[in-house]
Design a protein around this ligand. Structure first.
Ligand code: URA
Ligand code: URA
Length: 152
């Protein structure tokens, strides 16, 4: 299960998570790791689009928190992947930034948690040179696939 930040305009209009530009990149990232997007559930921390796509406020995340928690508990995914800083901080209850969290494994109530950069961040940082966000993400998706295959 992937957890993003919140719906953008296209997600708000369609009611589906990650269907816009960031979502198309997410699909590509997953297929580069041989992960079928259809095998995953995709959700967001907040369930309504924040005005002008601003970062959700703490009280907005609090208001939506029970919904996300219910989704996680009902679906009980093999792995939770936090996409970006907002999801990682919310799920892991940390103030650490995504640059230090990404590529690492954590635990949420007995479920393995992984963190990756948000696809929107990659859209704004297009370099593929060694150590760039895209390069690191390519490594992260390989790591994710490896763990997915070795988890029952
Ligand atoms: N960005 C997100 O965090 N979630 C979406 O659903 C789309 C874009
Ligand atoms: N609703 C979501 O939030 N994600 C899915 O993958 C399907 C429905």
């Amino acid at each position: 299960m992937f957890v993003g930040e919140g719906p953008g305009a296209e997600e708000d209009a369609s009611g589906l998570a990650f269907v816009g530009k960031a979502g198309q990149l997410l699909t590509k990232i997953l297929s580069s790791g041989d992960i079928d997007r259809e095998s995953a559930f995709i959700a967001n921390v907040v369930k309504c689009r924040p005005p002008e796509n601003r970062t959700p406020l703490p009280e907005e995340m609090m208001a939506c928190g029970d919904w996300l928690e219910a989704q996680l508990l009902l679906l009980c995914p093999k792995i939770i992947v936090c996409l970006g800083s907002v999801a990682a901080k919310w799920i892991l209850k940390t103030t650490e930034g995504i640059t230090s969290l990404r590529g690492r494994w954590f635990d949420w109530r007995g479920i393995q948690v992984f963190a990756m950069f948000h696809p929107s961040y990659l859209l704004r940082n297009d370099s593929r040179s060694k150590g760039s966000p895209k390069d690191l993400t390519w490594h992260d998706v390989q790591e994710l696939k490896k763990r997915l295959d070795s988890t029952r």
